[in-house]
Ligand binder design. Structure first.
Ligand SMILES: *Cc1c(COP(=O)(O)O)cnc(C)c1O
Length: 403
């Protein structure tokens, strides 16, 4: 085992905002205010005895930054406090977190059930990578709780889904699906990126493992890639720790430092972005040729579930232009403030056309099954003034109708 950083106790009554500024800080002997960036690959020992003790996990301290690093440990501890989990481990990217969370405990002969509506690379891991190693996968409509039950087999070991899902914002009932998984002896792995760690707490609804792409709202300013897995001490000890240590998808200390700074402002940013997203969703819904999907609107197909398991409705607004791909492209090309990009969770508002970018690999029938139409656009709302965004959208809507 590697050295464990001292765990800061969760001070009684501290809210998320406070934890995200102070939680997990490890000050060096210099007493720096801002967290230090430890750009070092390895660590030195005072004596041969100390090196031996550290490798035996009898001496706390660091060994090698593939295993752990003080800056990365601060980020992990701050995430752990925010999520309210027993353990947290950072990874190089969100996909490294997803891959590690699944492959660290699955083996040939196991079966997993995953929601069909998923981030493209997550779908690849579940549907293509796992089967290559003898782990079979059944894809279900995640919204249909009965479908999860029907997909269970004697060897089912994991349920895996994201909620809200990319790009249709389909929801999975975490509590109901977790009950089915646990009755079958399977673990529940939730990709919580769209909800952010602030708006939905999957562990409180019964999930076992939560993963994030820190690339998104946690950085929040479009700079670094990163990921994190949150789990129990037992899962860390039995599965995740050794897998990460030996396979090496470690987060760089530089990226961990950027993520720590990102966490300090996460509540302010997410709150502002959610408010603007709700305003834009309402405005788009007034248009006769636009169909809006936003988790917080009363006309959202799963509005009741959204209110039950989320405390805020997110920074993403998906909408469909009746004029199909041509109208969607005219809309995109007429924007001047909102930028065309497949990324999300950034301070800058970003918009993507899933059918021709993130989901272009799928056959048209598969896209139709997921509800991804040619007129669908996914908007990640940033920190700009909502009035400026509204003006940009109004111009683009007008342009989308001339064709
Ligand atoms: C971006 C994203 C990922 C992958 O994260 P990376 O940091 O790009 O590897 C996984 N799941 C969801 C829902 C995402 O949005």
């Amino acid at each position: 085992m590697t050295a464990k950083p001292p765990k800061s106790v969760r001070p009684e009554g501290w809210s998320a905002e406070t934890l995200l500024v102070h939680g997990g800080t490890l000050r060096s002997q210099f007493g720096e205010t801002s967290e230090a960036m430890f750009l070092t690959q390895s660590f030195v020992y005072d004596t041969a005895e100390q090196a031996e003790a550290r490798f035996k996990d009898e001496d706390p301290g660091f060994i090698y930054s593939r295993f752990s690093n003080p800056t990365v440990a601060m980020f992990e501890e701050r995430m752990r406090l925010l999520e309210g989990s027993e353990a947290a481990r950072a990874t190089a990217t969100g996909m490294a977190a997803v891959t590690a969370a699944l492959l660290c405990f699955l083996k040939a002969g196991d079966h997993i059930v995953a929601a069909r509506a998923m981030f493209g690379s997550c779908l690849y891991v579940a549907q293509e990578l796992c089967p290559r190693f003898g782990i079979t996968c059944t894809l279900v409509d995640g919204r249909d709780t009965g479908a999860w039950q029907r997909a269970v087999r004697p060897n089912t070991k994991a349920f895996f889904f994201e909620t809200p899902a990319n790009p249709t914002l389909d929801l999975v009932d975490i509590a109901a699906v977790s009950r089915i998984a646990h009755a079958a002896g399977a673990l529940v792995v939730v990709d919580n990126v769209f909800a952010t760690p602030l708006l939905q707490k999957p562990l409180q609804h019964g999930a076992d493992i939560v993963v994030y792409s820190a690339t998104k709202h946690i950085d929040g300013q479009g700079r670094c890639l990163g990921g994190v897995v949150l789990c129990s001490e037992k899962f860390l000890k039995d599965n995740l720790h050794t897998f990460l240590r030996q396979t090496g998808p470690a987060m760089s200390p530089f990226n961990a430092w950027v993520m720590l700074k990102g966490l300090e402002t996460l509540p302010l940013r997410v709150r502002a972005q959610c408010e603007t997203a709700a305003r834009i969703a309402d405005r788009l819904a007034e248009q006769p040729d636009v169909r809006v999907l936003y988790c917080g609107r009363p006309d959202f197909p799963q509005a009741e579930l959204a209110r039950r398991q989320m405390t805020g409705f997110g920074t993403l607004v998906t909408f469909e232009l009746k004029g199909g791909k041509a109208a969607a492209f005219r809309f995109l090309n007429a924007l001047s403030l909102i930028r065309i990009s497949n990324n999300l969770g950034d301070a800058k508002s970003l918009i993507t056309h899933p059918a021709t970018t993130t989901h272009q690999r799928l056959k048209p029938e598969a896209r139709a099954e997921l509800g991804i139409s040619d007129g669908m656009l996914r908007l990640s709302v940033g920190l700009e003034a909502s009035t400026d965004l509204a003006a940009d959208i109004d111009r683009a809507l007008a342009a989308s109708r001339i064709g």
